[in-house]
Design a protein around this ligand. Structure first.
Ligand SMILES: *Cc1c(COP(=O)(O)O)cnc(C)c1O
Length: 468
């Protein structure tokens, strides 16, 4: 086979764009869960790899056909599982161009436009989220790596204050660090600490209330009990309930102890863009580091997370890299992304973030947060009217936790059955969870497409599953 010609490549891209539009237009009718079984998908994909090259058009056509029944309609406005956004059209198109341009956004020289788009998007984000204007930032794969990035900065700074250079001397023999976390923190906090060599023996749990909010009285007593250098991991938006730790109070307690306050705001940080919900993150600008996701509420396609740090020197010290063959710009010059990121070579994620922010504008971002929260309130209001349906959380944001009491089965079994029936119906998708020992359905509203009609259809599907 010869190399594809320019007209053939143009034809391939045009037909792929048409397939993409067809998929997006199918979302109203398509079932939300993927209908295919594991066996079916293996049957479609697991062919012998042939010896000869294949025509790219054939490869893509067959890939799309093979994948179709194994695709979850995550971009649908009726996907309410986990906390998963859709892709804004401008962000999706910018993401296509990112692949086409194929920049290496590790260094300015590998993609000057990528570095500048990212620099601008970072500045916009710091401003709209109400973070200190001098904060540094990084665009990474998700909140997981965002935690890793800025907790590395925390580790560096706290040990430096003890006279210990972690870059030179590592952790062997280092002064002990201790980390205080809420009992309902996200699992990615523990995993980031594990990556950083901070074991579970150094982590202490602060008790939380029925909604997952940190008990500051308990935090204060733990802080008083020892004076080891301390990181406090607070949370803006618990993944089940949407609860916010009292950040202002936490920062006030942290100050005399010189503790580093990190805020996991994977989706909850966006409460800052809404005047009516900004009180939930009061004191946010007093923290030392923050993480959020662009692939959740900002509706940038996967994968894209954001880290921010109030101590740019420590951030850079923890991440920067030099090698003889790398051409770094002079200090005060352009952004060299790899000095802020754990990655070396990397995708130019800043383009899609830039496009998402521009396409929504300030009012569009606020509106997206407000209407998602309004949909969540409607879920809670209409579902809780039904006998046997109990909303477990205080609905402060976009998350609703629902438990179902059946007449014939215990509530845990009935709740599991309702979740399964709803997923199976294809009408919408909600995931299940165990909240403080009880089975529950989680409803998370973050998709830009979700409208009143979607919510109405989803409520009807949930009630039908409960009544059956
Ligand atoms: C989703 C989530 C994370 C993890 O984010 P990824 O982008 O999947 O790495 C961390 N914390 C909270 C509160 C989350 O909701």
């Amino acid at each position: 086979m010869t190399e594809p010609s320019k007209p053939q490549i143009r034809q391939l891209l045009a037909s792929t764009a048409a397939q993409a539009a067809t998929f997006l237009e199918s979302l109203d009718e398509r079932g939300v869960a993927a209908p295919a079984s594991l066996e079916e998908l293996r049957g479609r994909f697991d062919v012998d790899l042939q010896d000869e090259p294949l025509d790219p058009q054939q490869v893509v056509d067959e890939l799309v056909a093979a994948a179709d029944r194994g695709i979850v309609a995550i971009p649908s406005g009726r996907y309410f599982g986990f906390v998963i956004g859709g892709g804004l059209p401008a962000a999706l198109a910018a993401d296509w161009m990112t692949a086409v341009w194929d920049q290496n956004a590790g260094l300015y020289v590998g993609g000057p436009a990528a570095a500048v788009a990212e620099e601008t998007a970072g500045r916009w984000l710091i401003e709209i989220l109400g973070l200190p204007s001098a904060a540094s930032f990084a665009v990474v794969t998700g909140a997981q790596m965002a935690h890793f990035t800025v907790l590395a900065a925390a580790r560096h700074r706290l040990l430096a204050a003890e006279g210990w250079d972690v870059n030179r001397d590592g952790l062997f023999g280092a002064p002990p660090l201790r980390v205080l976390v809420g009992a309902d923190r996200h699992a990615t906090i523990d995993r980031a600490l594990r990556y950083l060599g901070i074991g579970t023996a150094s982590v202490q749990e602060v008790t939380t209330d029925h909604n997952g909010r940190m008990d500051v009285g308990h935090l204060a007593s733990l802080l008083d009990a020892a004076d080891d250098p301390t990181i406090i991991c607070a949370q803006a938006g618990e993944v089940n309930t949407g609860a916010f730790d009292p950040i202002d109070e936490i920062c006030r307690l942290a100050e005399p102890a010189a503790a580093w306050v990190h805020v996991d705001g994977a989706f909850g940080l966006w409460a800052a863009v809404d005047e009516g919900r900004r009180h939930l993150v009061a004191g946010l600008d007093r923290a030392d580091s923050w993480t959020t996701d662009a692939h959740k509420w900002l509706n940038v396609p996967y994968d894209c997370g954001l880290a921010f740090c109030a101590h740019p020197d420590s951030h850079r010290a923890a991440m920067a890299v030099r090698a003889d063959y790398l051409v770094h710009a002079e200090d005060g010059g352009p952004r060299e992304e790899m000095d802020w990121n754990p990655e070396f070579s990397r995708r130019a994620r800043g383009f899609a973030v830039y496009a998402a922010l521009r396409s929504l504008g300030r009012s569009g971002i606020t509106n997206l947060v407000q209407r998602s929260c309004r949909h969540a309130e409607r879920f809670a209001r209409e579902l809780s009217r039904e006998p046997g349906v109990e909303v477990l959380n205080d609905v402060v944001l976009n998350q609703v936790l629902v438990r179902f009491h059946g007449s014939n089965a215990d509530a845990d079994a009935h709740t599991r059955a309702v979740v399964e029936r709803v997923q199976h119906s294809g009408e919408c998708f909600m995931s299940g969870t165990t909240w403080h020992g009880a089975q529950a359905m989680r409803i998370s509203v973050v998709n830009w497409q979700t409208n009143d009609d979607d919510v109405g259809r989803a409520i009807a599907a949930v009630l039908a599953a409960h009544r059956r």
